[in-house]
Design a protein around this ligand. Structure first.
Ligand code: NAD
Length: 340
């Protein structure tokens, strides 16, 4: 059986990444859509052969509970709407994929996890890289300690937002925050899977060079992490700096991905040479992995606890900045939020 996925929110990520990937997936397919824009209904219905009864809007969405063709609800809306739609999906008895960042704050993450647990449905976060071979290779090198202890890890994730000050990502009510919420979660992810450890503290700084454009949200943030093993970590995230890299300096060598978190192609090297893996749609791999989790009990590569852990770190970073860069302690169980 192929699971039926419904995409909620037909913006650029659904249009250009997820829907095309769902034409290639083996264990799931695009069964339906949820949109607030009536003009999109017939365009998508024709393009993806979606029957009328599988098309919903934000108001009648809850009727999805009665639709057996829909197994999974994939929430691809602005961050402020993730919690509401994930919770409504769980209450309708559907499995949930929630885009990153998981929600506006840790409290909302808790509400999503709770709703999925009490309905007995599975929850995955849209962290596509965990299904992707370059990232998986980094995780293997870390697990097998190929280069010995990791002394330093750094990750950068940013791009230049130039021309649209009205976009929801720069509106704190809709995004919850700027670069850190959007790209920073990738850098946080990188330093965690790049060490195999959760951090025990963070200190952070914020920089603003274009306050007339970034009126409401953070432009550039740097943060430093401590890890139990002694590894030191550092991230930079920005809506005004182009950067996309993961680098680790180890006792017996080093490894690097550059770019580390864009769509394909990714690239990487280690002190032993170039990495070379197939470049397949990350979204295809991610959605098939989640379908395999539901169908065959395969590991959940990016569970809700992972999104929640990252939101705890995001909140700690904002707290540190608010307190002039003071160190904020973090206290995770060693493997909390690691997924499969
Ligand atoms: P987008 O702006 O292109 O699309 C947003 C969609 O939400 C549109 O269809 C819009 O009509 C709808 N919407 C409903 N209410 C809205 C409101 N009040 N304001 C603005 N739009 C509203 O955004 P996107 O790039 O598709 O991002 C959607 C989600 O997906 C975000 O959470 C984002 O972080 C995430 N995302 C993840 C990845 C990834 O690689 N995993 C990539 C891009 C986006």
């Amino acid at each position: 059986k192929k699971l039926g996925i419904v995409l909620v929110g037909l913006g650029s990520y659904s249009t250009y990444q997820l829907a095309p990937a769902l034409l290639e997936t083996k264990h799931c397919y695009l069964a339906g859509i949820v949109t607030g824009t009536p003009e999109k209904e017939s365009v998508w219905a024709n393009k993806y052969d979606i029957p009328r009864e599988n098309i919903y809007n934000y108001e009648n969405f809850d009727d999805i509970a009665k639709n057996d063709a829909i197994d999974v609800v994939y929430v691809v809306l602005p961050n402020s709407m993730h919690a509401e739609f994930c919770i409504r999906a769980a209450k309708a008895g559907k499995h949930v994929i929630c885009e990153k960042p998981m929600a506006m704050n840790v409290e909302e993450c808790d509400e999503i996890i709770q709703a999925c647990n009490s309905s007995g449905v599975k929850l995955g976060i849209g962290y596509r890289l965990h299904s992707e071979p370059y990232t998986q290779e980094i995780k293997r090198l870390v697990k097998e300690k190929t280069f010995g202890a990791i002394n330093y890890i750094s990750a950068d994730a940013g791009y230049r937002s130039m021309s649209n000050p009205d976009q929801w990502r720069l509106n704190k009510k809709l995004s919850g925050g700027g670069a850190l919420m959007n790209m920073g979660v990738y850098a946080i992810q990188s330093v965690i899977y790049g060490t195999g450890e959760n951090p025990i503290s963070v200190s952070a700084q914020e920089y603003s060079t274009r306050p007339e454009y970034f009126k409401d949200t953070d432009e550039t943030i740097t943060a430093q992490f401590e890890f139990e093993s002694g590894t030191v970590g550092s991230i930079m995230t920005s809506h005004n700096v182009r950067a996309n890299r993961l680098f680790a300096s180890c006792q017996n060598g080093w490894f690097e991905l550059d770019p580390a978190s864009t769509y394909i192609p990714l690239a990487g090297r280690t002190s032993q040479g170039k990495l070379n893996f197939p470049q397949e749609s990350q979204q295809k791999l991610q959605m098939d992995d989640f379908a395999k989790h539901i169908l065959f009990n395969a590991p959940n590569r990016a569970p809700g606890e992972m999104g929640r852990r990252d939101m705890i770190i995001v909140e700690a970073i904002y707290e540190s900045i608010f307190n002039g860069g003071r160190k904020v302690k973090l206290d995770f169980a060693p493997q909390y939020g690691f997924g499969g």
